[in-house]
Write a protein that binds this ligand. Structure first.
Ligand SMILES: *Cc1c(COP(=O)(O)O)cnc(C)c1O
Length: 502
């Protein structure tokens, strides 16, 4: 299987090349040339496998330049019971709420307590093998822009991994105190963490710019280094996410909630459009899906896009209680546009160029019609997010985080509007303890005044009886190692000097 760029499909690269490089040199994103097709017989076989074996099957159909042993090595090292708390890293919790069953696909049992671990625990293994295959001894410098969760998950995945170093940029006022503390306490010799004055989009734009700045690339090349990305623009991030949707479908069948062949709805709290795109790719492979429900917070640029076909980022950037979804430029939408345009690279490039220069583009009816047929978009306000946390806790005794709450709220509105009671799987993307202040204020119904993050954690544990995950508890007594804050324009300089190249 080969991969082509969304902005130039004349050239094709291997999966190892796509993963090692992260982003195509023309600025486009790598997409597989076709999708492996899974029919009933394939799913029948998957039903009997555990998570790791399902992962090996899916990965081997995409990473055709990896041997079976290499894939098994990556998967078995990534999804251990030690790291994810059990042999199923992505269990489903079924909860009755407001008369409907919510199947919450808990993707946050990994070492940093957000769904990013599902991909970032395996990406370093995929990447080091990809580098060996393609990059003749070069070491990889991983640059990450994060709205909070990717940063810590990437740091944990890459810390002390041979032949790699990692630098993470996060918006100084755009992440939760726990997210900031988790990042700034990361151990490891090859890691760097830096805050920028700006929002997530500024951080992401800055990183993308560094990737395509000739002068910086040259400085790295001269020193046996190359850039790679751990953001969801990297194919090695998206692919492991396809696995948990397929595995969830199998688990729904095995639990007797659906029959093999029945369709499901999938609800995803969305920011950069990576997680929901992985669900769409599972659908492209033959997984029976009725609707993909894209849930946004007040930064509802995707809700508007899905209903109108116009993507317009010219609007106020709102800092919310679900910071990992505070994004106005959803990078992975580019991959959807490419596929829905019939793999038209020129058309995709046109949209992306317009987005860069004017901040807005409108897709043709060809794309618009398919988007509205397959996707439903909705958003919820800050108060609705908090109300949902409280009601889910009070009525159903389930404690969820602020991002998952957005998904639940949008799903329940969808249910009311459409009456579509197709069984739904809702991606639950983080532990509530990553966003303790908002979660506690929701269930107590009042503002939390203390500044002490762990005091909030203690109150929440006492009140709910839900334990804080061990990896978060472990940071309680750790001192911050990093404290740099810079302007976005200084990011290239910062990278070069961190690497000792300036
Ligand atoms: C990253 C993140 C999201 C958004 O996922 P995308 O793949 O960027 O759409 C949602 N919730 C949480 C907790 C996250 O960390």
């Amino acid at each position: 299987m080969l991969y082509t760029s969304t902005q130039n499909n004349k050239e094709a690269v291997s999966s190892a090349q796509a993963i090692a490089q992260g982003i195509s040199r023309d600025g486009g994103l790598f997409v597989p040339e076709s999708f492996p097709k899974y029919d009933g017989v394939t799913f029948e076989a998957l039903l009997r496998l555990d998570y790791r074996e399902r992962a090996k099957k899916v990965l081997s159909d995409y990473l055709t330049d990896f041997t079976a042993e290499e894939i098994a090595d990556c998967v078995d090292k990534a999804y251990t019971a030690e790291k994810f708390g059990s042999d199923n890293p992505a269990p489903i919790a079924s909860v009755n709420h407001n008369g409907a069953e919510l199947n919450l696909l808990e993707l946050w049992h990994g070492p940093t307590c957000a769904f990013k671990d599902m991909a970032l625990q395996i990406l370093p293994h995929l990447l080091t093998k990809s580098l060996k295959k393609t990059a003749d001894g070069k070491k990889a410098v991983i640059l990450v822009a994060t709205s909070g969760d990717t940063g810590k998950a990437a740091l944990e995945g890459f810390k002390d991994v041979d032949n790699t170093s990692i630098i993470v940029f996060y918006p100084s006022d755009g992440v939760s105190p726990m997210q900031k503390h988790q990042m700034n306490t990361t151990t490891g010799e090859n890691v760097g963490v830096c805050a920028i004055r700006g929002n997530f989009d500024d951080a992401q734009t800055g990183v993308k710019k560094i990737f395509t700045t000739d002068e910086v690339i040259k400085a790295l090349e001269d020193n046996g280094l190359m850039f790679s990305s751990a953001n969801s623009i990297n194919w090695g991030r998206l692919l492991p996410q396809i696995v948990y949707y397929i595995s969830a479908y199998c688990d729904m069948v095995n639990a007797g909630k659906i029959q093999l062949g029945d369709k499901i709805n999938i609800v995803v709290p969305t920011g950069n459009f990576g997680n929901i795109l992985a669900a769409y790719f599972a659908y492209c492979m033959g997984m029976p899906v009725n609707k993909l429900i894209c849930a946004s917070n007040s930064n509802n640029v995707l809700t508007d896009f899905i209903s109108t076909g116009t993507y317009d980022k010219n609007r106020e950037f709102i800092t919310t209680v679900s910071p990992s979804m505070d994004i106005l430029v959803s990078s992975n939408l580019e991959r959807l546009l490419y596929i829905l345009s019939g793999r038209n690279d020129a058309e995709t490039k046109e949209y992306m160029t317009a987005l860069k220069s004017k901040g807005v583009y409108s897709v043709g009816d060809n794309i618009k019609n398919v988007v509205s047929e397959m996707f439903s978009g909705g958003y919820c306000s800050e108060s609705e997010t908090l109300e949902t946390i409280a009601s889910l806790y009070n009525d159903s005794n389930y404690l969820c985080d602020t991002h998952t709450a957005v998904a639940v709220n949008v799903y329940e509105k969808y249910l009311k509007e459409t009456g579509d009671n197709t069984p739904a799987v809702i991606a639950s993307t983080a532990s509530p303890y990553k966003f303790s202040r908002a979660v506690l204020s929701a269930i107590e119904g009042k503002e939390i005044t203390t500044e002490d993050e762990f005091e909030i954690v203690d109150t929440m544990e006492e009140k709910t009886g839900v334990c804080i995950p061990a990896p978060l508890e472990a940071t309680r007594t750790m001192a911050d190692r990093f404290s740099d804050i810079i302007d976005p324009c200084s990011m290239p300089e910062y990278v070069l000097s961190s690497l000792g190249l300036k």
